[in-house]
Design a protein around this ligand. Structure first.
Ligand code: ADP
Ligand code: MG
Length: 249
């Protein structure tokens, strides 16, 4: 067997896909540059590390279940009050995740709460963190079916292990007593272990009514607010603006 074929076989057996993919290029570069053995070794290991990071990113992006991909650079901060560009850019370093801080976005529909939560989630995945996005209605479905559906149980386990859990659209639909209890339990379990991003059209004052239980809502908000950055957003609905703009054309 030729030496080159043997190299390919060894890389395949060791499952070093990153090196396998770039071996020809790295070997010929090393020959041209007359690289030392050590720098050649560094280059092949670097190729494997880059490939593993790329694969982890793809796996984590698909496991995040983002409904769409949104970025901070496509967000127009001039349209809304409650968060400025420099604050948002500061959050991109993801230190809030290391500190298990929560981000809470409040405000009327169409002003970019979901956009921002996804953008911070995508940045977190890019930095190597695990993220799960769920609309609250789907989170309730998962919690209620976990005991009878393997897929729900699997998803919930993933949510509980994530560095960041995004819970979107709290407040649009009424919450049953049982759902409120399940929600309290999940937030208690995530407390100080993960970062939580929530978006809601209802302010805290309306949460007790929404949850149907004052005592539980106080305990829930206590945990959620303990290490939290709160953004009360306001402005004109982007959806309505876009619609009016389309109609004018
Ligand atoms: P909300 O969650 O507050 O109801 P969304 O985040 O779903 O609002 O925003 C509705 C649509 O408008 C999305 O397509 C979003 O990307 C866009 N959008 C909202 N606000 C902005 C903004 N300030 N700049 C750019 N796009 C925006
Ligand atoms: Mg939304």
């Amino acid at each position: 067997m030729k030496a080159y074929e043997q190299t390919l076989n060894l890389l395949t057996s060791l499952n070093l896909k990153g090196i396998l993919r770039r071996i020809d290029e790295i070997v010929s570069d090393a020959e041209i540059r007359k690289d030392s053995y050590v720098s050649f070794l560094n280059n092949i290991f670097q190729a494997e590390i880059e490939e593993r990071a790329r694969r982890r990113f793809e796996r984590n992006m698909s496991a995040a279940h983002f409904p769409v991909i949104r970025k901070i650079d496509s967000f127009d901060f001039g349209r809304i009050k409650g968060i400025c560009k420099s604050e948002a850019v500061n959050l991109l370093d993801c230190r809030w995740i290391d500190k298990n801080e929560n981000l809470l976005f409040f405000g009327p529909p169409g002003i970019g709460k979901t956009h921002l939560s996804i953008a911070f989630g995508v940045t977190a995945v890019e930095k190597g963190y695990t993220v799960c996005f769920e609309r609250i209605t789907n989170l309730f479905r998962l919690l209620k079916t976990a005991e009878i559906q393997r897929t729900s149980e699997y998803r919930l386990r993933r949510i509980m292990k994530s560095n960041v859990v995004i819970i979107d659209e709290i407040g649009y639909t009424p919450i049953e007593k049982r759902e409120a209890n399940l929600f309290f339990n999940i937030l208690s379990e995530l407390y100080e272990k993960s970062s939580i991003i929530i978006t809601s059209n209802k302010g805290f004052d309306d949460w007790a009514e929404m949850m149907g239980d004052d005592v539980m809502t106080t305990a829930l908000l206590d945990r959620l607010l303990h290490h939290a950055r709160i953004y009360n957003l306001d402005g004109e609905s982007y959806r309505l603006k876009e619609k009016i703009k389309d109609e004018e054309v």
